[in-house]
Design a protein around this ligand. Structure first.
Ligand code: HEM
Length: 449
């Protein structure tokens, strides 16, 4: 139940009922969130049929477990739309691959991004956060700033200090432009065209994809014969046959994937978190008190992060309300039954963190901003398969530790040093294309404290 003190942050107006026909197609192509009426947050499962295609949305923890954990082999492959939407940028990278190729590359990524290596990335997070703290003043689009800063953090992790801030800013701008050009629905697929004949809507996006890949290649080239950072390990990794695991194109694919997966997402969470903090004085004050008690004006060290539970809870609540990956989409490898519904081989099954995270059966006051629900001593634990900002199961985000540490460091550096208030006319509405972003960016007024 919401109380009068609850702060309910913005979300798109929900239609009275599911749109139909072309209106539904248009809504799903331009902003997936605009498809769902209020009742959708509570439905257990939603089959959608569009001309020759059917998509099944599972919206209940037990079914999420069935698809993402117990049925992982049957639902391991990303859906055709996901593949087509991302392939121009990340090629055959492990994010889109499945089977043996995915397994081998997943083992490599798991090693590179293992939680035990997060302390090694810590100085990069502090460096990036300090650079923002020094450069932000006046009216700032914090969405664009975070996008460039998080891209730079991944570039530095990959290539060392040779990574350039201008490249990161160009990369972030190209990711934004690419996402703006890619539709959330492949109409060719909906109309039943074979895969090789579809994807035409991505043509406008391809110039941005080429720019992204050129930047990745240039950084690989600049790394030369003695690369530093994670890239050195990617390049040197050997396959079972004792040969290099990744050829030059596959190296570009994995680098582009890490940059995309590792920047867009954290940047969106940080953007929404600052917005929520700027709007909610009690959270702001409690955060400041935590930072003052633990850090007393100094920069955070690795060991400090465990002593900042409220900072972590605020980030977790921001990811609940605004999950940066708003939908997870899989293709059935063979015919399956889910809760009595027959799924054919090749059909798409989706889980939407956007819906699950605001499901009234799973969360009290689901639309209210209550970071306290994520504190270790909260009376109710988050539902096990109903909170999936990092996905769940074997394909869970390989960079979750990197991301959590990065986001905590950014907040612990920025909030004690800067004041954030809403810029006049800022009324952000979340919009879901590939990731969930505030439409038109996020303009905040920034002042030194
Ligand atoms: C708040 C930040 C982040 C969020 C919310 C997030 C979320 C996700 C999600 C939901 C997936 C799975 C997508 C799917 O199942 O379709 C994923 C996969 C992945 N993420 Fe993240 N991510 C974040 C940051 C990062 C960072 C910083 C890195 C690397 C530096 C990273 C690397 C990856 C990789 C390599 C995969 C592919 C895993 C696989 O397919 O086995 N992510 N992420």
């Amino acid at each position: 139940m919401t109380t009068t003190e609850d702060y309910i942050p913005p979300r798109p107006a929900a239609p009275a009922r599911f749109p139909r026909g072309m209106r539904a197609l248009y809504a799903s192509a331009t902003d997936l969130l605009s498809l769902f009426p209020e009742t959708a947050f509570r439905h257990r499962m939603m089959p959608f049929s569009a001309i020759s295609q059917r998509v099944l949305i599972v919206n209940e923890p037990e079914m999420v477990r069935r698809v993402f954990i117990t049925g992982r082999a049957e639902f391991e492959a990303k859906s055709r739309h996901f593949r087509q939407a991302l392939e121009p940028v990340i090629g055959d990278s492990m994010f889109l691959n499945s089977g043996e190729v995915w397994l081998t590359r997943r083992a490599l990524m798991a090693k590179l991004l293992h939680p035990s290596r997060t302390p090694g990335f810590h100085p990069l997070f502090v460096q990036g956060a300090q650079e923002l703290a020094e450069s932000w003043n006046g009216k700032v689009d914090v969405a664009a700033g975070f996008a460039a800063a998080t891209a730079l953090a991944v570039m530095r992790a990959l290539f060392g200090q040779a990574a350039k801030a201008e490249d990161a800013a160009r990369l972030a701008a190209s990711f934004t432009a690419y996402e703006g050009a890619v539709l959330a629905v492949d109409f060719g697929h909906v109309f039943g065209l074979p895969e090789r004949m579809t994807g035409w809507q991505f043509h406008t996006a391809s110039k941005h994809a080429r720019a992204i890949r050129r930047l990745c290649s240039a950084n690989i080239l600049a790394a030369g014969a003695k690369p530093e950072g994670l890239f050195a390990e990617l390049q040197a990794a050997l396959g079972e046959n004792g040969r290099r695991l990744l050829d030059p194109t596959q190296l570009i694919n994995e680098v582009a994937m890490l940059l995309l997966a590792g920047s867009e997402t954290s940047a969106n969470v940080l953007t929404w978190t600052l917005y929520l903090v700027a709007n909610h004085a009690p959270t702001r004050e409690r955060l400041r008190a935590e930072h003052e008690a633990v850090l007393a004006g100094r920069l955070p060290e690795v060991a400090d992060l465990n002593a900042l539970p409220f900072t972590k809870a605020v980030i977790q609540e921001a990811m609940r309300l605004y999950p940066p990956v708003p939908y997870l989409s899989r293709e059935a490898a063979r015919p399956e039954r889910i809760a009595g519904i027959q799924v054919k081989a090749g059909e798409t099954v989706m889980a939407l963190p956007w819906l699950l995270h605001r499901n009234a059966h799973l969360w009290e006051a689901p639309h209210a901003f209550r970071p306290e629900r994520f504190l270790p001593d909260a009376p109710q634990k988050p539902p096990q398969f109903g909170y999936l900002p990092f996905s769940i199961g074997p394909r869970i985000c390989a960079g979750a530790s990197f991301a959590m540490a990065e986001m905590m460091v950014f907040l612990a550096v920025l909030l004690p040093r800067l004041d954030f208030t809403l810029a006049k006319g800022t009324a952000p509405v979340p919009r879901a294309r590939l990731t969930l972003r505030p439409r038109g960016g996020m303009k905040l007024m920034v002042a030194k404290r």
